[in-house]
Design a binder for this molecule. Structure first.
Ligand code: ATP
Length: 219
């Protein structure tokens, strides 16, 4: 599925990634500054590794030696950030439909009604972004990412900034994604309890190095 062997160098930071993703949901836990966002940005194509390669579903997305660099919009990888980034002048329905319209009919993996049902967005459909709570906005942002029909979904601390109660509301939706839709996901977070709840396979990122989790997590 996803096969990474690359380094990314920044003035005083080195990211060193070697792994093959086997499971449908990979969780990566790491402290602040360990390189979680930098890792995801290399996968999605916002940053380019300094050396090495990234392959996804037999397609080479990046290979420094062969000078291959598939641009972001051709990677079919969606990235959800910490804060939901919705178009403020559009309502929820328009935000979702905008994403769906960017994809040819034949390439659509998910459809509007299916995603509205999955994420229970119907009651919110006519609200503008500023009329949504943080948790509701993040649900819409997940819906919008799904309607872009990605083949891999990256979640960068999607619950950061939400209070405990909102986190408890969103986590079951994320679990539903894992259980009900056929889409590999990588979920990075500071909080291992979120990954345990989602029954993710867990790796650790420590000072830019990705490694197996060295301790047992109980669920
Ligand atoms: N645009 C940038 N320019 C220079 N250094 C950066 C930039 N973005 C991040 N860094 C540095 O790169 C390292 C990795 O940062 P990164 O944002 O990937 O960590 P993170 O694990 O996602 O952190 P957090 O959990 O706080 O979001 C850190 O040392 C950070 O200070």
């Amino acid at each position: 599925m996803l096969c990474c062997d690359f380094q990314y160098l920044r003035a005083d930071f080195k990211l060193n990634i070697q792994f093959e993703m086997q499971d449908q949901l990979l969780g990566i836990v790491g402290a602040s500054g360990s390189g979680k966002s930098t890792f995801l940005k290399n996968l999605v194509g916002l940053l380019h590794p300094t050396q090495g390669s990234i392959q996804f579903n037999q397609q080479v997305l990046f290979d420094q030696q062969k000078n291959i660099h598939v641009p972001m919009h051709q990677r079919k990888i969606a990235l959800i950030f910490q804060n939901a980034l919705l178009f403020p002048h559009m309502n929820v329905q328009q935000n979702l439909m905008y994403a769906e319209k960017q994809v040819n009919h034949a390439d659509r993996k998910f459809h509007f009604n299916e995603i509205v049902d999955l994420l229970e967005l119907k009651p919110l459909i006519h609200r503008k972004a500023h009329q949504l709570s943080g948790g509701e906005a993040q649900r819409v942002s997940i819906g919008r990412a799904l309607l872009s029909s990605p083949h891999l979904l990256l979640l960068d601390e999607p619950l950061t900034g939400l209070d405990h109660q909102l986190k408890q509301q969103i986590l079951p939706f994320l679990k539903r994604l894992k259980e009900e839709i056929d889409l590999p996901m990588i979920y990075v977070t500071h909080h291992v309890d979120e990954l345990v709840f989602l029954h993710a396979e867990i790796l650790m990122l420590e000072q830019g190095k990705l490694m197996p989790a060295t301790y047992q997590f109980s669920s």
